[in-house]
Design a protein around this ligand. Structure first.
Ligand SMILES: [Zn+2]
Ligand SMILES: [Zn+2]
Length: 229
């Protein structure tokens, strides 16, 4: 078996399984050298709300999360599995932007196993139809392959395009809701505990807007799971 990331030979060492104490995971098609570049956040001190790695003297929740409280007062806790370091950025580039759909297999079992532990309805951050057309897939759905998803959100516009082309974008993106509920699905959210899944938590804008929408639709609790932070 060759490594999906570097084409090197894969030994049968279950590094990911060991890190997350999930013995049931099958070996992933990635070599040990590549796997070791990913830094699991489960072993370090992280922000209790967004899941980022904290330094010794940072406050918990972190400054960013404290700021978000003004805009989104509802409780929202995100769990992130890995640091968004150079290796994870390279992975995302190969998976998402070069469109190598096989790469979902690197983290799929881990994501599915984590998602099942939430015992909640699973909502994936939607991708704009034009992005799907360009890329050929929704990268987050790929990571979640094998669990049942509740498709209740859709995008209102293509966020990436807007981000590149508009001025004053940060303020707008911070305040403008990028998603809307699919009306026929809205009732499925009422009194449900929901977990929102995304690939990367960067500013928190995307997932917090989605969380806010689900709370307004009557969800009893909303939490997050992201592959990276
Ligand atoms: Zn490798
Ligand atoms: Zn935080």
């Amino acid at each position: 078996m060759n490594c999906l990331l570097c084409q090197g030979i894969v030994s049968s060492d279950l590094t990911l399984s060991k890190i997350f104490s999930l013995q049931r995971l099958n070996p992933v098609p990635v070599c040990d050298t590549c796997l070791k570049q990913f830094v699991a956040l489960s072993t370090v001190k992280t922000c209790c709300e967004c899941g980022r790695k904290l330094t010794a003297n940072s406050i918990d929740p972190c400054q960013d999360c404290v700021k978000w409280h003004q805009q989104f007062p509802h409780l929202f806790v995100n769990q992130a599995l890995f640091e968004y370091n150079a290796a994870m950025k390279a992975y995302m580039r190969q998976y998402k932007f070069l469109g190598d759909y096989r790469l979902r297999a690197v983290f799929n079992q881990l994501m599915v196993s984590k998602l099942k532990s939430f015992r909640s309805s699973i909502v994936v951050i939607p991708v704009h139809p034009s992005t799907i057309q360009r890329r050929g897939f929704n990268q987050v759905r790929g990571l979640c392959e094998g669990v049942q998803l509740l498709d209740c959100l859709k995008t209102r516009y293509e966020t990436k395009k807007q981000r590149q082309s508009e001025k004053g974008r940060f303020q707008r993106l911070k305040t403008e809701q990028p998603f809307e509920l699919i009306p026929e699905k809205a009732s499925l959210i009422t009194n449900q505990s929901v977990v929102i899944v995304d690939d990367v938590y960067t500013t928190g804008t995307t997932i917090r807007h989605a969380a806010s929408l689900l709370y307004r639709a009557g969800a009893s609790s909303v939490s997050g799971l992201t592959l990276a932070r």
